[in-house]
Design a protein around this ligand. Sequence first.
Ligand code: OGA
Ligand code: MN
Length: 299
Amino acid sequence: MSITIQAITDGFAAEIGDVDLSAPLDPATVDALRQAFWKYSVLVFPDQHLSVDQHLAFAKLFGPLETSIGVYRADSPLRVRPEIADVSNLNTHDQIWDANSRLRMFQLGNRLWHTDSSFKYLPARASLLYARSIPPIGGHTEFADLRAAYDALDADTRARLDGLIAVHSIFTSRARLGFTNFTQQEREALPPVPQMVVRTIPENGRRSLYLASHAGEIVGMSPEEGRALLDGLVEHATRRQFVYTHRWRVHDLVIWDNRCTMHRGTDFDDLRWRRDMQRATVSDVANSCEQAGVQSIAH
Ligand code: OGA
Ligand code: MN
C-alpha cells in the first residue's frame, strides 16, 4: 500500500498516513518519504509504535546519526542512549526534574527559535522527535518555514544577505536566557562555528535562511549591527504565515529539515506533567559554508 500525504499548506508541513515505521520500508516507500520530506520540510507520522532501535533505524534513512549534546555536559548521567537527545522534563531516575535543576535551565533553550546543532561545525540535517508521553495542556512545537521566509524578502535584502556568515554558539542561546555558568571544559568542547545566513538546499535548489538563537554575530559586522540584522530576520521568519504549530498526540513522530526550518517548544507546566520526548538527529553532509564553497573564518 502506498503512503498518503495530507499537506498542511502547499509547501510546508504534511501528515503522512498508511505507513508503519516500525517495520522495514521498501525502496519505493523510502523514496516517496524522502521526496515528501524535501518538499514539505516537516512531516508528521501519527500513531507510530517505535522502540529506540526502530526510531534510530528510521532516522538513518536520512543520514548518519549524531550524538546528543547531553554527552558534553558534566552535570548529570544520561537517561537515554547517547544517540538519542533527551528532550523530556525527566531526570536520570525517570522522575520530573527539580525546579532549580541545571537540566531544566539548559532545556529552556528549546523555547527559543532555533535549528538543531547549528552550533556544531557539522550541523544537523534532520531531527526526528518522538512523543512517548505528553502533557494535557501546552508543550506544542512550532515550526517556521525559512524557505518561504527567504522568498518573501525584497530584492535589496536578499542582495544584502548574499554571502554573509553568522557565528553560532550554544553559549549564545543559553546566555540569552541568562544561563552562563558553564565550565571551561564545557565551553571548549563546543567552540563557536561559522554558518551561512542564506543557503541553498541541494535536493531542489531552493534558497533558505539559516537562522537560530545560537547565532549572535555576523562576520565583518559590529556585534550590534550583526545582532540587529539577525534579530530582524528571526522576527520576519517567524511571522504567523510562516509558522506551523504541532499539537502533539502520544506516539507522533515528527521529522523536520534543520537546514531550512526553525522550531521552538511552547510553555507547559513542566513541574506537574511528564513530557517524554526523544529525538534522533542525523548530520548534514558538510558545514553550510563548505557546501556553499565559501572560505569561512579559520576553523
Ligand atoms: C528539539 C526541540 C522542542 C520541543 O527536540 O530539538 O527543540 O517542543 N524540541 O520539545
Ligand atoms: Mn531543537
